[in-house]
Design a protein around this ligand. Structure first.
Ligand SMILES: C[S@@+](CC[C@H](N)C(=O)[O-])C[C@H]1O[C@@H](n2cnc3c(N)ncnc32)[C@H](O)[C@@H]1O
Length: 216
């Protein structure tokens, strides 16, 4: 089941979303993360979950064999589809990350960028079941997201009874939104993936983390 508040927020934010990738203090680590992702996913048929405006789709597509980029929001998919991609390599489908059985194709790579932080802790296992269910055995799965860095990250404004954290965010149109944004530790991530993943690797890019593993 989708979180409609989150979807509405990203639909409204679509036009300004990629400004987040312009933060000056993050540029070196962002470049290192981009290079690392290419190494992990090059030559693969990749299922991308919650692709948003296609920032990572456009980055990875030239190096992958194929990509199916999915998101639950039609508004962000419109922005993603307007970008330039290598011919006949990228498809788009509207899909709920928790119900990926609707998507078509065979994948030996899976990728989700900046999606994990928006999953309620109680739903993380559900998402992984959906995600892993669409990937071939032995596929490489890659998750990236933010680490909390004082002075660079939006402050955390609240925590609920399950330990999920929230930020108060403002869009260019002046609207204010309370957005779920979790900052997991390496141990938490390893714990949730559990025995589903082999060769689990966590890499710290200061502002970002990357978790990769082979689907057991
Ligand atoms: C932080 S954005 C990440 C976008 C993109 N992956 C990136 O890193 O630039 C989170 C995305 O999750 C999408 N989303 C929210 N709920 C979803 C759901 N249930 N299934 C799939 N996508 C969802 C939003 O539409 C939004 O595009």
């Amino acid at each position: 089941m989708k979180d409609q508040t989150l979807l509405d927020y990203y639909a409204r934010r679509a036009a300004e979303y990629e400004q987040i990738y312009q933060k000056p203090e993050r540029q070196i680590k962002l470049a290192l993360l981009k290079a690392y992702l290419i190494k992990l996913l090059a030559g693969r048929d990749v299922l991308e979950v919650a692709c948003g405006t296609g920032y990572w789709t456009a980055h990875l597509a030239p190096f992958t064999r194929s990509m199916l980029a999915t998101d639950a929001s039609a508004e962000v998919l419109d922005v993603a589809q307007a970008k330039a991609y290598p011919p006949n390599r990228v498809r788009f489908e509207q899909a709920d990350a928790y119900a990926l059985d609707t998507v078509t194709g065979d994948f030996n790579g899976g990728f989700a960028g900046f999606w994990w932080s928006h999953i309620q802790k109680s739903r993380q296992a559900d998402f992984l079941k959906s995600f892993h269910g669409r990937l071939q055995s032995g596929a490489t799965a890659v998750l990236i997201d933010n680490q909390y860095v004082e002075g660079s990250s939006t402050p955390i404004s609240g925590t609920d009874e399950d330990g999920n954290t929230y930020q108060d965010r403002r869009l260019a149109d002046g609207s204010r939104h309370r957005v779920l944004k979790n900052f997991p530790t390496e141990a938490e991530l390893r714990g949730v993936v559990g025995e589903a993943g082999a060769d689990v690797r966590f890499v710290d890019f200061t502002y970002y983390w990357c978790l990769s593993y082979r689907l057991a």
